[in-house]
Ligand binder design. Structure first.
Ligand code: 4NP
Length: 170
């Protein structure tokens, strides 16, 4: 008797959870969120369970590595930020499960760009995932000093484990 044919297509709930972090330029906050979250899920042994990316709301830095200051501060904590800036696309709203902005302006822009009301439901603000009362946004460090970059990393390290607990399927 022949073996029954097994489907190789992953069942929907077995495929990786797709997370897209979004900020304005995609050179400071969202690539850091991508790098810190990837580092964290890998530490949890869950690297295979996630597909993680980041994107920007403006395209002026398209193709660039993250800001040198952001990379240097992240490297001191053991994170390698090597993504390339890209603007968010129409298709991203269909592909990703979670589209996570860093501040209220990001969220408003994401809600305006979402192709349908149903797809708007994928949009959230990163601090909303925090289990502890925290900041209501991740402030843009681009025009400030060193402490702004450290502050971004502090917030990401505090909030992203909570995002993991709420989104991990297994
Ligand atoms: P990000 O920071 O949104 O955290 O990547 C910014 C980077 C660049 C600009 C604004 C914010 N910019 O206007 O070029």
């Amino acid at each position: 008797m022949p073996f029954p044919k097994l489907s190789t297509a992953p069942r929907e709930e077995q495929r990786p959870v797709r997370v897209l972090f979004v900020c304005l330029g995609n050179i400071c906050r969202s690539p850091s969120a991508e790098g810190v979250f990837r580092h964290y899920v890998t530490e949890q042994g869950a690297a295979e369970d996630y597909e993680i990316d980041s994107a920007g709301l403006i395209a002026v830095h398209e193709g660039e590595l993250p800001d040198g200051r952001m990379r240097a501060h992240a490297a001191r904590r053991g994170y390698t930020l090597d993504s390339r800036s890209r603007p968010i696309s129409y298709e991203d709203f269909f592909y990703y499960d979670y589209i996570i902005g860093m501040d209220e302006q990001n969220r408003e822009r994401l809600l305006a760009l979402a192709p349908t009301a149903e797809l708007q439901e994928k949009v959230s603000l990163l601090p909303e995932w925090s289990e502890r009362p925290a900041r209501d946004h991740v402030p843009d460090p681009y025009y400030g000093g060193a402490e702004g970059f450290e502050h971004v990393l502090d917030l990401l390290e505090a909030i992203l484990p909570d995002l993991y607990r709420h989104t991990h399927r297994r």
